[in-house]
Design a protein around this ligand. Structure first.
Ligand code: DC
Length: 228
């Protein structure tokens, strides 16, 4: 495996603005952006569409294990693809969000996603967001960011995003889903969400995107000597 030239790991709870932040940094500094949560969502969508998740949310792990190695998930034009099909929109629904945490707690699912993320990152300058990038996927990442914000603010952001896309959840549903995912993500046995000891904390509860960019510019310049 060729290790990435530079890797910036961005971890944190759901809806802390990791992907918006990481995309902005990728664009400003010319890094490749990789959204690891999208991969878990892609596996979940596949499982839902193929009858591998039952009405009570029970997962047919044996059947998923048998097929997961053959899943052609990759980032292409417009976002995540499964084979020929762009599934970027489908993986963002509340239904997928409500099943993704248990799916992502399965060890073989994590191994599958980690191996894809390593392959996508080979040799490049990469910024990747998720829950365990700085702790498990790339523990040697040169720069680690851990993002936080209050749960009310996070739920409001996710709610606004969904409304803008024409979905019709209630604020309470979004908040409940977010709290449930935070709990599962940080209490699972395999690679739980935790702050790496060497991560810089970015609490953006009251920050604008521009302030976040200014904050990271200083860190990137100091660590890599790169200006955007
Ligand atoms: O970032 P997101 O909300 O799109 O992530 C979806 C789910 O995937 C999240 O609830 C937990 C899981 N996930 C994970 O376990 N590890 C990662 N590195 C990224 C996401």
């Amino acid at each position: 495996m060729k290790i990435p030239d530079i890797i910036i790991a961005v971890d944190g709870c759901s809806s802390t603005g990791k992907s918006t932040f990481a995309k902005m940094v990728a664009q400003a500094f010319g890094f490749l952006y990789l959204d690891s949560g999208a991969m878990y969502r892609g596996v979940t969508l596949y499982a839902m569409e193929n009858g591998l998740i039952g009405p009570e949310g029970e997962i047919d792990e044996a059947a998923l294990k048998a097929v997961i190695g053959g899943l052609d998930l990759y980032f292409g034009e417009g976002g995540l693809h499964l084979g020929e099909r762009c599934i970027e929109k489908e993986i963002r629904t509340l239904e997928v969000s409500s099943h993704v945490s248990p799916v992502s707690a399965i060890g073989f699912v994590r191994e599958f996603v980690d191996s894809k993320l390593h392959a996508f990152s080979e040799g490049g300058r990469v910024i990747m967001d998720g829950r365990d990038i700085g702790t498990t996927v790339f523990p040697n990442a040169q720069l680690k960011i851990f993002m936080t914000a209050t749960d009310q603010v996070r739920a409001q952001r996710r709610y606004d995003e969904m409304i803008a896309k024409g979905e019709t959840p209630t604020f309470e549903e979004v908040l409940a889903n977010l709290r449930e995912r935070d709990y599962i993500d940080s209490h699972r046995e395999v690679s739980p969400l935790t702050q790496a000891p060497d991560a810089f904390v970015l609490d953006n509860t009251e920050m604008t995107l521009h302030e976040e960019l200014v904050w990271i510019q200083g860190l990137i310049q100091g660590r890599f000597g790169i200006l955007c």
